[in-house]
Structures are given as C-alpha cells and as structure tokens.
Design a protein around this ligand. Structure first.
Ligand code: FES
Length: 110
C-alpha cells in the first residue's frame, strides 16, 4: 500500500499506509492524523482538507479540476503548492508523498 507522510505545523510527522483509490484526506481521517477536518467528506464544499504538497510530488499530481481550482482560494493561508487533500487520490506512483498541514483549517473567530 502506498504511504503518505503528514507533517503538522509543529513538525509532527505521521506516516500511514493509504489504500490505492482512497484520498489523502481519507488517510488522515482513518488514522486520526490531526490537522485535516474534511468536514464535507470530499464533496468540495468546505476547504477543511487543505494541505501543501511537497516537491516533487506536487508536479506529479494531476492538475486540480475546475471545482477544486475554484474552491481552493477560500482555504486559509493558501500557497502555490496548496491542494485539497480530498481530491488527491492515491496511486502506487504516489507512494512516499509528503503533505504539510496548515496552522489551521478554519478562520480564527474574533
Ligand atoms: S473535505 Fe471538503 S473540500 Fe475537501
């Protein structure tokens, strides 16, 4: 099974096996990795699955589909290597992918 490493904003690293066909978000939720909420379950309505994809993995991913591209700017602290982890579907070719998690998924309440 391909492996995903999640790096938290505090440097915590969680490496877990994620089945081919499952998403990077699924891997986090199934293994209690903190930092990914996945509130909408992958329905592309929430952006609480935001992550940063390390090189060289970022360039190996298919580009975001129009719905992901439209939603992604609404995530917190978006950067050039941002993706929505519910849209990253695992393949054997992605074995070893590392994603970093943002400091928070939801805006701070004032
Ligand atoms: S889980 Fe809601 S957009 Fe990814």
């Amino acid at each position: 099974m391909p492996r995903v490493t999640y790096v938290g904003p505090d440097g915590r690293r969680d490496s877990v096996d994620v089945a081919v066909g499952d998403t990077v978000m699924d891997g986090a939720l199934d293994n209690n990795v903190p930092g990914i909420i996945g509130q909408c379950g992958g329905a592309l309505t929430c952006v609480t699955c935001h992550c940063y994809v390390d090189a060289p993995w970022f360039d190996r991913l298919p580009p975001p589909d129009p719905d992901e591209a439209e939603l992604l700017p609404f995530a917190e602290a978006v950067a050039a290597d941002s993706r929505l982890s519910c849209q990253i579907r695992m393949t054997d070719a992605l074995d070893g992918i590392t994603v970093r998690l943002p400091p928070r998924q939801l805006p701070e309440r004032g």
